[in-house]
Design a protein around this ligand. Structure first.
Ligand SMILES: NC(=O)c1ccc[n+]([C@@H]2O[C@H](COP(=O)([O-])OP(=O)(O)OC[C@H]3O[C@@H](n4cnc5c(N)ncnc54)[C@H](OP(=O)(O)O)[C@@H]3O)[C@@H](O)[C@H]2O)c1
Length: 300
């Protein structure tokens, strides 16, 4: 059973966690802080980030903290953030692509993409691309991308990323979480091809008590509780990310998930993926679409 106690000391490491002000991201950031890392709390809301930072500081730990305001629903905001970050930082060891939004009412990003594919996938695609040179320059660096077992029901519909045809909140969430895994694996393949050393790893946290359900009706939430049973606390949902980011046995292209009840709860293990998440042709097409639409190409 892998727990926070198995995390090696993180002194000297610089770690960025997106969506660090709440839920699983907060617990991920806290664990790195406790282990001595310099943790960059990334999110879109300065006040919420300052509150999270204050809370972490008041707890036990010998790390250090920094706040990074970046709204993943705007490609221009990501460009501006990255430009400023790259001019003030010369290293990054770990990037945790954790931020996410689930089943909002139909909504678009600043650039006109359906919110979930835009934030959960495309925003992280661009952010990771900008930060990649910093990660590539560090020995033993890792990129962890947080998905969900919702990926099982995901299907990539290239004709509907802007909700051109229709909007189904849960369908688009599942799509975005499949996109997270396809991205993580495609990134791993591209890094390997370029003989790079950065590990790209995907995770999913199981079912946890967080604010992710803010857009769910009470009726749907109760139905979900009935289906999933008791939810885990977010500290436990953070374990797959923490394991993927720090355990020495991790390999690029791995997927970590809680081990029980089909990934719904438990402690993190290397977990099998269903064939549609391993589809290299779809992953390549998604990557090329993201490159085209962001106008950004990774430098491997
Ligand atoms: N909770 C679960 O049971 C569960 C299950 C499977 C997968 N996951 C995944 O776990 C990850 C973390 O979710 P959580 O459960 O911790 O949810 P949460 O408590 O709602 O936290 C989500 C975080 O993402 C941030 N975020 C949302 N939109 C953003 C944007 N446009 N730009 C920057 N940051 C943004 C939120 O910031 P604000 O506070 O400003 O909104 C918040 O910090 C997500 O990727 C989710 O899909 C969660």
């Amino acid at each position: 059973m892998w727990t926070k106690n198995d995390m090696p000391d993180q002194s000297g490491k610089k770690v960025m966690v997106t969506g660090a002000n709440a839920g699983i991201g907060f617990e991920t950031a806290l664990a790195f802080y406790e282990k001595g890392a310099h943790v960059i709390l990334a999110g879109r809301n300065l006040t919420a980030l300052e509150q999270a930072s204050g809370k972490i500081r008041s707890l036990k730990g010998n790390g250090s903290l920094e706040i990074a305001v970046v709204d993943l629903s705007s490609l221009e905001a990501i460009r501006q953030f990255a430009s400023q970050f790259l001019s003030t930082h010369s290293s990054l060891d770990i990037l945790i692509n954790n931020a996410g939004v689930m089943i909002p009412p139909e909504w678009k990003t600043t650039d006109g993409y359906e919110l979930q594919i835009g934030v959960n996938f495309l925003g992280h695609f661009l952010l990771t691309g900008y930060l990649y040179p910093l990660l590539a320059a560090q020995e033993g660096s890792r990129i962890v991308t947080v998905s969900s077992m919702a990926y099982l029901r995901g299907k990539i519909d290239f004709s509907n990323f802007r909700s051109e045809n229709s909007y189904d909140a849960m369908r688009e969430y599942c799509q975005s979480k499949l996109a997270n895994i396809l991205f993580s694996l495609e990134l791993h393949r591209r890094i390997s091809k370029a003989n790079g050393n950065v590990l790209s790893v995907a995770t999913q946290p199981g079912a946890n008590k967080t604010e992710l359900v803010r857009h769910m009706s009470e009726e749907d939430y109760n139905a979900a509780l009935e289906r999933f049973g008791e939810l885990m606390e977010p500290w436990q949902g953070a374990l797959p990310s923490l394991m993927a980011a720090t355990w020495p046995g991790v390999k690029g292209g791995d997927f970590y998930s809680p081990d029980k009840d089909g990934g719904i709860r438990g402690y993190p293990v290397l977990f099998p993926l269903e064939p549609h998440a391993l589809d290299k042709a779809v992953a390549k097409q998604l990557w090329e679409w993201a490159e085209h639409d962001t106008g950004f190409s990774y430098s491997f």
